[in-house]
Design a protein around this ligand. Structure first.
Ligand code: NDP
Length: 486
């Protein structure tokens, strides 16, 4: 049995209470590690360690902070295979995904912000002759980073990298469902020479450990990625304390397919955007809207491809459909397939639990589901399912597609498939989403702003936006005009 420890003030320690939580591998359904069940005193110790480390880290020249962070990126690269295997065991995702997406991106996140901090600039405003305004950017102090289970190390590093690069000290909590790679990273942080207390990792339950971080008076900002309901709870705890808040929340993303698209590219990409990581990516396009002339052909081809996505041992390089992250999550996703049937939908394939053999027989596998025949207002088309389940709906006119696309409480991302350049830009500009992809999906540039509108969140991550979030901007106004006459 592996034992995961908190990382506080440069030391690996158990929860002060000595209590632990079970860590289940979705591959097998078996407990394979113990996690500290941290509470307020653990969070308080971590925040105080971060507060003590802040003067040294914040005043360190950016070149030195950058060099230490680049060492961490190098260590992630050196340990990439170990991290990929740990991620797959902890989250159930195919090793192909861990090797090619999660771990390389974790390394890239650290490298990107370690170098971005060398290229920042201040603003200056010449107000009139003899009067100059300029801005100072200062780190905030101690910040909290709370991340979800779907892309564990990828999203953990996406938050801690800009926070650290901007000179803050961090108290971070990964999801208690997938804590392993954050734990392994904390070992690498020490090896990289990040000073004690600069990064602290506290494991435990959201409502206990997470809530204690959100409420702690010394925590100046909270960067959160997770579900919309949790985001609302965090916002209501943080608002009266006037903490800076970045919320990256759920989605119900439309994938709009016009008949004039590059069909083969669209089909391949739509399979990925529907079912990558078992559909557990906030950016997955779970509502596929297809122009009527293409609908039958699309349904036939897409369903055939979805049927080929058979869950298989995630540790095998060839596996493209792994396990869902937990039994309760799998049951929730399966219940949505039943809901779709109750709402009058037709399930064309999948939507069933799949039992693998041998040691994987207790794992949380299901076949990807393709559903049609549902109206845009039904719950299946309105609520985030966050699993390998898509609905397909025909449309006749561009306007109708836009109305359906915008017709949920969410607004994270959207995809548009068309060869008509005018229409591509026109439709993208009218979508209520923080991100719109045209003829592609999940093509990311870390400099671009990332985030959602409506119930999908507040604020933007990525590049400059993240560095701004993790700093306080001070304006200095100087009057250096001629000496006043007496
Ligand atoms: P949750 O909201 O359940 O949890 C996210 C994190 O918040 C976890 O670390 C959780 O801890 C913690 N947490 C839970 N309750 C509290 C609380 N009261 N105070 C502080 N922290 C708390 O999300 P999931 O982990 O289930 O992740 C899936 C969700 O994340 C989906 O809705 C998905 O759309 C969204 N997501 C959004 C992304 C985006 O960029 N917009 C990207 C990826 C996912 P614990 O796990 O221990 O409960």
């Amino acid at each position: 049995m592996d034992t995961i420890l908190n990382y506080i003030g440069g030391r690996h320690v158990p929860a002060a209470s000595g209590n632990h939580l079970d860590n289940v591998s979705p591959l097998t359904g078996e407990i394979y590690a113990l996690i500290p069940d941290s509470g307020q005193s653990d969070v308080d110790a971590a925040v105080r360690a971060a507060q003590d480390a802040f003067p040294v880290w914040s005043q360190m020249p950016p070149e030195d902070r950058s060099a230490i962070m680049l060492r961490l990126a190098d260590l992630i690269a050196i340990h990439a295979e170990q991290l990929a295997q740990a991620e797959t065991r902890d989250s159930g995702k195919p090793i192909h995904h861990s090797r090619n997406v999660d771990i390389p991106r974790a390394e890239a996140n650290i490298r990107f912000f370690a170098t971005a901090i060398l290229h920042t600039h201040a603003e200056a405003f010449h107000t009139r002759a003899g009067v100059l305004n300029y801005t100072n950017r200062k780190p905030l102090g101690v910040v909290a980073c709370i991340s979800p289970w779907n892309l564990p190390l990828y999203l953990f590093t996406w938050k801690i990298a800009p926070a650290l690069a901007a000179g803050n000290c961090v108290v971070a909590k990964p999801s208690e469902i997938t804590p392993m790679t954050a734990y392994l990273l904390s070992e690498l942080c020490r090896e990289a020479g990040i000073p004690a207390g600069v990064i602290n990792v506290v494991h435990g339950l959201g409502p206990r450990a997470g809530q204690a971080m959100v409420e702690h008076p010394l925590v100046k900002a909270i960067s959160f990625t997770g579900g919309t309901a949790t985001g609302a709870a965090i916002a209501s705890a943080a608002a009266p304390r006037f903490k800076k808040l970045s919320l990256e929340l759920g989605g119900k993303n439309p994938n709009i397919i016009f008949a004039d698209c590059d069909y083969d590219k669209m089909l391949r990409t739509t399979l990925r955007s529907s079912f990558s990581n078992q559909g557990q990516i906030c950016l997955c396009g779970s509502r596929i809207l297809v122009e009527r002339g293409l609908f039958d052909r699309f349904m036939q081809d897409f369903t055939a491809l979805a049927r080929e996505l058979v869950p298989a041992d995630p540790r095998e390089e060839s596996s493209r459909m792994g396990a869902l992250v937990s039994e309760s999550h799998m049951n929730k996703v399966l219940s949505y397939v039943q809901l779709a049937r109750n709402e009058g939908g037709t399930v064309h394939c999948g939507g069933e639990r799949v039992l693998l053999s041998g040691e994987l027989s207790g794992g949380f596998y299901m076949s990807p589901a393709v559903i049609s025949g549902l109206g845009p207002e039904c719950r299946t088309n309105q609520e985030e399912i966050f699993g390998p389940v898509v609905t397909v709906t025909p449309f006749d006119r561009e306007e109708e597609a836009i109305t359906m696309a915008n017709g949920t409480a969410y607004g994270l991302s959207a995809t548009v498939w068309t060869r008509d350049l005018d229409r591509a830009h026109r439709v993208a500009s009218r979508l209520d989403s923080g991100i719109a992809w045209i003829n592609t999906w999940l093509l990311r540039d870390l400099r671009t702003p990332f985030g959602g509108v409506k119930n999908s969140g507040i604020g933007r991550e990525g590049g400059e936006e993240a560095l701004r979030f993790f700093s306080e901007i001070q304006n200095v106004c100087v009057d250096f005009g001629s000496a006043p006459t007496l």
